[in-house]
Design a protein around this ligand. Structure first.
Ligand SMILES: C[S@@+](CC[C@H](N)C(=O)[O-])C[C@H]1O[C@@H](n2cnc3c(N)ncnc32)[C@H](O)[C@@H]1O
Length: 350
């Protein structure tokens, strides 16, 4: 267990060096490794390969904003997930909120629960949970958003008011809280990034109280890594295949160890000590809708406007092409993926 860094919980010392994932690459010429650099087209795979998760989220900040587009009274929405699209969903932001609600419902988040929102990004899901728990009228439990990306934690903290959740920087595979601190641990579209998802399962089990539940919204391949390789060998020509491999590993930041299909995933939770594992496949409500939304945004002038900000040394046209390449890769990869809502319970007695 490591201590939290930054945020509402006092860190006794800076533990940034202990956080192995997302170690920032060498500073950019502008000095801030978290800012998109002028020389980097959005989807230059060679450059993205060299970045860790944390820096990657700094690079794609504008891309996420362009997908949301809308600007609310408190600034642009800062969700970082693909969303759950019902027939009534009209916006990316609505879809992202739906997904957070879907996960909270599945995990049984209710008034009085102490909740850890792992991989909370800039805090949208944690603030949503706060509203939801507050609207129940009952006393709120402890609510903590945790993320590896310092910039996300800072963005979440910048919105704090008196009654806000806590936010800390921390690694899901080395959670900075004592055993049995929470009733629910949520991981909304982030566990595929972790260095090894099984290490997170062990940490979730540790910090949950007996009877507590973990809930994940997560992406897995439809088949084992070997079967995937055989399938892509059949379906995709060589250059596209290796680009797809790189896309999953280097651009989506998914370590090979996390490429396990749903059945094995459930088995890993049981091996970690969880019971009552439930798995719901919501792929059809996520991937095709998100891809269509991305396509719509690409056709509008929105990404152009937003990307132009970083495009001094790369033409707007080149950036638009890079954006489209990303989109094509995304479509190829989701056709071989499942989007799952997973829950599991820590046994009441060991
Ligand atoms: C796709 S975003 C989802 C953010 C947020 N849950 C949402 O739905 O808007 C994934 C998040 O996981 C975080 N992350 C990646 N690896 C992590 C790790 N090892 N520990 C904690 N957070 C991590 C990233 O910094 C990023 O904010």
């Amino acid at each position: 267990m490591s201590e939290p860094t930054g945020g509402a919980v006092n860190a006794t010392r800076d533990r940034a060096s202990r956080i192995a994932v997302g170690t920032a690459a060498a500073p950019t010429p502008e000095g801030d490794p978290m800012l998109p650099t002028r020389r980097r087209p959005l989807a230059d795979f060679r450059l993205m390969r060299r970045t860790g998760v944390e820096q990657w989220y700094g690079e794609v900040m504008h891309a996420w904003q362009s997908l949301h587009g809308e600007t609310g009274s408190g600034g642009p929405p800062q969700w970082r997930n693909l969303g759950y699209w019902t027939d009534e969903t009209r916006s990316m932001t609505g879809a992202s909120r739906n997904l957070a609600v879907k996960l909270a419902d599945a995990a049984g988040v209710e008034a009085g629960c102490d909740v850890l929102d792992v991989g909370c990004g800039p805090g949208e899901s944690t603030y949503l949970l706060q509203q939801r728990l507050a609207s129940d009228g009952a006393a709120r439990g402890r609510l903590v958003g945790m993320d590896i990306t310092q910039r996300h934690v800072d963005m979440a903290l910048a919105r704090r008011t008196g009654d806000s959740p806590e936010f800390v920087r921390g690694d899901a595979t080395d959670v900075p809280f004592p055993a049995e601190s929470f009733d629910r641990v949520l991981a909304l579209e982030c566990a595929f990034h972790f260095p090894d998802r099984r290490a997170f399962f062990a940490e979730a089990l540790r910090v949950l109280r007996p009877g507590g539940r973990v809930g994940l919204a997560d992406v897995v391949p439809t088949a084992s890594a070997d079967a995937m390789r055989r399938r892509t060998r059949r379906l995709l020509p060589g250059p596209l295949r290796s680009r797809l491999d790189r896309y999953i590993g280097d651009v989506m930041k998914t370590p090979p160890v996390n490429l396990v299909p749903a059945r094995e995933y459930a088995g890993q939770l049981r091996s970690a000590g969880f019971t009552d594992v439930t798995v719901e496949d919501i792929s059809e409500r996520v991937f095709p809708h998100f891809a269509r939304h991305w396509e719509r945004v690409s056709r509008s002038d929105r990404p152009e406007k937003i990307l132009r900000r970083d495009a001094d040394l790369v033409t707007a046209d080149a950036r638009a092409k890079a954006w489209r390449r990303q989109m094509d890769m995304f479509v190829s990869s989701w056709r071989m993926s499942e989007y799952l809502i997973v829950t599991a319970r820590k046994p009441k007695s060991a």
